[in-house]
Design a protein. Structure first.
Lengths: 335, 347
């Protein structure tokens, strides 16, 4: 599509991530039409855009499809978009299974249409800055890296139906599995332990990388109201890089005993599914980079094949949870 | 009260000497007869003189001065003979961690002390940290609810600067996993007495300090069974996933030795322990490095004060030799797992 033409985004889904993507697209100057089984009217009433009544209408009226639906529907919707000749931005995971993701990727590659997976952590400032330093050799070769991610357990029931959605590993841990691989290269094995009680759930995954590095990924869905918190500790032959979101607030506001909803505080504590984002929304940064790619500019920092590789690692972790053993990451060839 | 320091092989010996001599009513006598095994490193009568403590020529001479308790600061593999000697002389023991490098040695040490009627305590200072005491109270009070996940870290610089034996596989028994898993394991043992680990998965590498003869990076993962069921049963009681990063992954120029953290995630909330967070930060032009100025109680001093209570007969040793042996068993299973690539049973 020409650079000058306004890009019309067809947003499918109106859940948590839609509430990030829609305002981000609008801020980037795109027109957005929204289709969802539920919540589209409320979503556009809050942020703007236009709701439509059917997926076919959306596919007919948009230039790009943005899929922000529950995980199991990603592949089918992506293939429907492809059939309509539309490039796709798809929230991670790219598909519920690696087999489905491969099928989608091969179809998009055959049609030479862009397909971008929404691994948004690659666009968070602290993570992007850390990776840039790693890639520049600032800490030499990575030896041991740790990632933690803790937030309130999502309210939508589909997240918690593992067989259906892939659960904590495929939804939340996938971010850090992707990042571990981005930093330290292909992953050879995964060993995972998990536990759940009272609505709280935690998974710890130990990875060995082909190049010899070790990674530890710890993901938690915590009790409601828990402040979203992430951390990393990347140790290499030339130094160590660390960050803990609890230690780096650009703004702290203490309201004493005033009972004010957290959401009314700018740069707020991030008690929901998402962290506080006291700078440009990483979702907007992500979608801007995707938009550049869609308009024929440089490809984004994350490819559909990266999204597939992350699912391969997650599936090894899931097999480990079942077998109690370290499991090899079963891959095709990453092109 | 008279406390003997057996060997200056461990760098903590100097810290103990300084802290003990500052305590009222405590006399310190030291010996380091094997310091010739450490050419080019401090030790022997010269180090004792610089620390301002009395020095005698060998272990027998030290026991002839009738110490009330001794602190074993020899290389890890040398803990057994000195502990057995102390037991034979009827003297209470504080032994550097890990208790030993083999389970046979650890069992012999605990048996010797038990049959001699002397206390055997293992040097795990972090369990005396005020933050850890508060964490124990938090857990015991039930605020965290049911514990769902535990993650510990104990990272440090490669500790070979002053003592080369730390990276000697025979004298130390191993590298980062040997040196660091036991500190976190001891905290778990203190939080949940009677808990146990049946199998361990661990990975290790030597990408950092590739010239070292032992592993410098190491991660361990296991389930901690909080409520001990009958022996030889599986799946009784609750178990919690635990990971420990024990890597020597702080760079040589790091502003401090390293650190330790413990995160408990429960149905009621999350606690993050950082006993070494009590520090003044900043930047120092003199070192061109971050300022890292600790405050609050010296944990080694709290450990020594606890040992003095043990020596005086006013408290049982905690952690004792059995606790140290349990930790060692997990470490040895971790090495078996590193070799096999799969979880291995704890012996």
């Amino acid at each position: 599509m020409p650079h000058t033409e306004p890009t019309r985004i067809g947003l499918i889904g109106a859940g948590g991530i839609a509430h990030q993507h829609l305002p981000a697209w609008l801020a980037l100057g795109a027109e957005v039409i929204v289709y969802s089984h539920a919540g589209a009217a409320e979503l556009v009433a809050e942020f703007g855009g236009t709701a439509v009544d059917s997926r076919d209408e959306l596919l007919a009226r948009c230039d790009v499809v943005d899929i922000v639906t529950p995980t199991p529907s990603h592949a089918e919707i992506a293939l429907a978009a492809l059939a309509a000749g539309r490039p796709v931005v798809c929230e991670k995971p790219l598909a519920r299974t690696s087999a489905a993701a491969e099928q989608v990727i091969e179809a998009f590659e055959a049609a030479a249409l862009p397909l971008y997976p929404g691994h948004v952590v690659r666009f968070f400032g602290e993570y992007a800055a850390m990776h840039a330093a790693v890639a520049a050799g600032a800490i030499g070769d990575i030896a041991v890296q740790r990632f933690t991610r803790t937030g309130s357990a999502p309210a939508a029931p589909w997240f918690h139906d593992d067989a259906w959605s892939g659960g904590l590993v495929l939804d939340q841990c996938l971010h850090d599995l992707d990042f571990a691989r981005w930093n330290a290269g292909e992953v050879a094995t995964a060993y995972a332990l998990e536990s759940a009680a009272g609505g709280v759930r935690s998974v710890q995954i130990v990875l060995t990388h082909v190049g010899g590095a070790l990674s530890l990924v710890h993901g938690t869905w915590a009790r409601p109201g828990t402040t979203f918190r992430t951390s990393f500790d990347i140790a290499g032959t030339g130094g160590v890089l660390t960050h803990d979101s609890a230690d780096h607030a650009a703004l702290r506001t203490d309201l004493g005993d005033l009972p004010v909803a957290v959401d009314t505080v700018a740069g707020g504590a991030g008690r929901g599914l998402l962290p506080a984002m006291p700078y440009e929304s990483p979702f907007r940064a992500e979608l801007r980079e995707f938009l550049v790619g869609l308009r024929g500019g440089p490809p984004p920092r994350v490819t559909a094949r990266d999204g597939l590789a992350a699912i391969w690692i997650a599936e090894a972790a899931q097999r480990s949870l079942d077998s109690g053993r370290a499991e090899p990451v079963l891959t095709g060839v990453v092109r | 009260m008279r406390i003997g320091l057996l060997s200056f092989a461990h760098t903590h010996a100097a810290s103990y000497a300084g802290l003990l001599t500052a305590l009222p009513g405590v006399e310190v006598v030291a010996t380091d007869p094997d310091h010739r095994r450490r050419p080019g490193e401090t030790g022997g009568a010269a180090l004792a003189a610089s620390l301002g403590v009395e020095y005698v020529e060998d272990y027998d001479a030290l026991f002839d001065t009738s110490p009330d308790g001794v602190i074993v600061c020899a290389e890890n593999a040398e803990h057994r003979p000195l502990t057995e000697l102390a037991a034979a002389r009827g003297v209470h023991v504080l032994c550097e961690k890990p208790i030993a490098t083999t389970l046979a040695d650890a069992h012999a040490m605990t048996a010797a002390c038990a049959s001699a009627g002397v206390q055997l305590m293992i040097a795990h200072p972090v369990r005396f940290a005020p933050g850890f005491t508060a964490l124990r109270e938090t857990v015991a009070g039930g605020a965290l609810g049911e514990i769902v996940s535990v993650a510990g870290t104990n990272n440090g610089r490669l500790p070979r600067g002053e003592r080369a034996w730390f990276v000697d596989p025979t004298a130390a028994g191993g590298g980062a996993l040997t040196d660091h898993l036991v500190h976190v394991l001891d905290l778990l043992d203190a939080l949940w007495p009677g808990s146990r680990v049946r199998s361990v998965y661990a990975v290790a590498n030597r990408l950092l300090h590739a010239d070292a003869a032992v592993e410098t990076g190491g991660l361990a993962a296991f389930r901690l069974e909080l409520d001990q069921g009958p022996p030889d049963t599986v799946g009784t009681g609750r178990s919690v996933p635990v990971t420990i990063d024990g890597s020597w992954s702080r760079p040589d120029g790091y502003a401090t030795w390293g650190g330790l953290t413990l995160r408990l995630i429960g149905t009621g909330g999350i606690s993050d322990l950082d006993p070494f967070a009590l520090r003044v930060g900043g930047h120092l032009s003199s070192t061109a490095n971050a300022a890292w100025i600790p405050y609050g109680p010296n944990l080694d001093e709290l450990l020594l004060r606890s040992f003095l209570e043990v020596v005086a007969g006013r408290a049982p040793a905690a952690p004792d030799g059995s606790a140290g042996t349990r930790g060692l068993a997990v470490v040895l299973a971790a090495y078996a797992s590193v070799r096999s690539g799969q979880p291995e049973p704890v012996g």
